[in-house]
Write a protein that binds this ligand. Structure first.
Ligand code: ADP
Ligand code: MG
Length: 258
């Protein structure tokens, strides 16, 4: 049984708890194919948890999640709903690539090796094919000449661009970005935002981005969602949500970014 809406990501009444804390509180949320959606909100409001759940790095307590029309955390066998097994989760993960705040590159591997590992081991590409693909994405992020370096030899902005190339090399339909510029020195933020901007102009990629860069959110988003206490308080087109928010909580939050 498939979800029949045209959402590529769909959360239905999703609850996530850590111990006594309810981190997602019955979240309903949809992202459509090709849409660029930005999530903003205070620290601890559940933004990273949404992305981590999608990557199956965290499970959920109740509710339903569909990715590309298929249930993420369960599957159907002989028309019966059963918990997702590792093979199902692996298939679902292929839909998505994620870029983390702290880059998360493998420190002991060259840039090329960082990018080729998953295409070789998960997709079954040959080393040669994966290297060709790595080079293609290194060119896209402006690092064609850095393939033989180790992460520690690169700036933070370069490392984050490698992380973006690594995610893209898996050919995901959906890219998830969790505060991709928050760990960078201010002068390195622009080069990473430029790469994300260029990606956002390739319109078939669906993007879900958590950021505190409000000006950037305004430029690239089709929709901005304001999260607070594990739910969406308000959402809308960026020019509306960021300049004429309807809710007091949104106004209070945005005051900090004037
Ligand atoms: P945000 O990204 O919006 O800052 P998070 O999604 O990271 O927020 O976290 C939401 C809440 O869940 C926070 O209160 C955080 O402390 C808590 N939390 C996140 N991950 C864990 C975990 N692994 N164990 C316990 N609590 C967690
Ligand atoms: Mg976070």
């Amino acid at each position: 049984m498939n979800d029949d809406s045209n959402a590529i990501i769909r959360f239905e009444k999703v609850v996530k708890r850590f111990g006594d804390a309810t981190v997602l509180d019955g979240l309903d949320f949809e992202v459509h194919k090709g849409e660029k959606v930005t999530i903003i909100g205070p620290s601890g409001s559940g933004k990273s948890t949404v992305l981590r759940i999608l990557m199956t790095l965290e499970d959920i307590d109740s509710g339903l999640i569909y990715v590309a029309g298929k249930p993420l955390w369960h599957q159907y066998r002989n028309d019966k709903q059963v918990p997702a097994d590792e093979a199902h989760l692996r298939e679902m993960r292929k839909e998505m690539g994620m870029v983390f705040q702290q880059f998360n590159l493998f420190p002991h591997m060259t840039v090329r090796r960082n990018i080729t590992e998953a295409p070789v081991h998960v997709l079954g590409l040959s080393r040669k094919q994966a290297s060709v693909r790595a080079q293609e994405y290194l060119e896209l992020v402006g690092l064609a000449d850095q393939a033989d370096k180790f992460p520690s030899q690169l700036s933070g902005g370069q490392q984050q661009r490698v992380a973006i190339a690594r995610a893209l090399a898996m050919h995901p339909n959906i890219m998830l970005f969790d505060e991709p510029t928050s760990a960078l020195d201010p002068e390195l933020v622009g080069e990473v935002l430029n790469v994300i901007q260029r990606l956002s102009e390739e319109h078939d990629l669906t993007m879900l981005l958590v950021t505190h860069e409000m000006q950037f959110a305004k430029q690239i988003s089709d929709r901005v969602c304001f999260f607070d206490q594990g739910n969406i308080v308000e959402q809308g087109p960026p020019e509306q949500l960021l300049t004429e928010p309807q809710q007091e909580r949104t106004r209070e939050f945005l005051k900090g970014f004037l």
